[in-house]
Design a protein around this ligand. Structure first.
Ligand SMILES: [Zn+2]
Length: 146
């Protein structure tokens, strides 16, 4: 990701920003709400309010990894999801939600098992998958819908 600015949606308010190529040592913050922005390709943990903002407003599709710390397959999927986030930086926002800490959001989203990955864009669900899948299958699935 060099040579151009990378699009990134604020995990706090959902506003899409351009992440500078060479941010130096100063924190990069959202132009709208001044919340620090994640680095492009970074998987960030979000809460219910942030999820609603991101899902409603992000100009980039959002992949939400619903997980639990007590779930073995979730731990297997975490690095796979992180590598996907790196590869799709600037095209797709990848975030994770701990279902144990956000039970209301999980219920609202109809999450019945973890890990469940849901891709949404402007409040429209594009698809979801549950359970651990291979890195290749994940990449192909996401490429079809986001
Ligand atoms: Zn913001």
């Amino acid at each position: 990701m060099t040579g151009k600015k990378t699009k990134i949606s604020c995990q706090n308010c959902g506003q899409t920003n351009y992440y500078p190529e060479n941010p130096g040592s100063k924190a990069v913050v959202c132009g709208h709400c001044h919340h620090p922005l994640p680095r492009p390709g970074e998987v960030i943990e979000i809460n219910q309010v942030q999820a609603a903002n991101l899902i409603n407003k992000s100009s980039l599709p959002v992949l939400v990894d619903f997980y639990s710390n007590s779930c073995g397959p979730c731990m297997i999927m975490a690095p796979v999801v992180e590598r996907l986030a790196q590869r799709r930086a600037g095209e797709l926002m990848v975030v994770k939600v701990d279902v144990d800490r956000n039970p209301e959001l999980a219920a609202q989203m109809g999450i019945t098992s973890v890990p469940t990955l849901v891709v949404l864009h402007k409040n429209v669900e594009r698809g979801r998958i549950s359970g651990a899948i291979s890195e290749m299958d994940l990449a192909l699935w996401v490429a079809r819908i986001a």
